[in-house]
Design a protein. Structure first.
Length: 81
């Protein structure tokens, strides 16, 4: 969960939670991540907070976005520049 008393920004906390799920295999390559609305509700954060976390994951190459949603990237696929 998001710790509001933490000095770490909520989007960074959500990013770390999602990254941990990806790295542990709880979210496997090809798995669809929850929508922004679902993430916002589940973690009680604003949509912009959830979006910022997803953008950070995308910039790191851990997830890919498409019109169908956001998915865990295939770790064997070449990363986009």
């Amino acid at each position: 969960m998001i710790n509001r008393a933490s000095p770490v920004a909520p989007w960074r906390q959500l990013y770390a939670l999602l990254r941990g799920q990806i790295e542990s295999g709880k979210l496997a390559p090809g798995d669809r991540l929850p929508s922004l609305v679902a993430l916002s509700q589940e973690y009680d954060v604003a949509h912009t907070t959830a979006r910022k976390a997803l953008v950070a994951l995308q910039e790191e190459g851990l997830v890919v976005s498409s019109p169908m949603g956001t998915f865990v990237a295939d770790s064997t696929a070449p990363r986009q520049p």
